[in-house]
Design a binder for this molecule. Sequence first.
Ligand code: ZN
Length: 138
Amino acid sequence: MKVNITEYLRIELDTERWECRRCDRELGAARENYKRGLLVYDRDPREIHPPLLDSRLYSRTYSPDPAWCRILEYYCPSCGTMIEVEYLPPGHPPLHDIELDIDDLKARWKKGAAAEPERQSGSELPVRKLAPAHRHRG
Ligand SMILES: [Zn+2]
């Protein structure tokens, strides 16, 4: 049973492995951080956010200081799809941002409950309409 987790990640519950949704490559144990199975590009943040002010005139240029901030990009080693990006202090280990209860997930799928989120009796889930995207003027 394959369960979609994010736009590019899913878990094969039978083998308990992360998989790339784009190319089906197996990425590692579902009980561990999926980033272990990905390629990492440690970016200098100045490449992504170049200075907006002249650094000869101003000490703060709206560009992140690489001594304080790194941008880690994670890619599927098979198809090259960018799966995640995170901003971290240099030397900080990758965040373990998705940690699922695999046993509970399996139990829910056996019952068929995971297909439809559980609703509390007597109350509907709140639905919020999104405003149109803000547009810059001039
Ligand atoms: Zn892939």
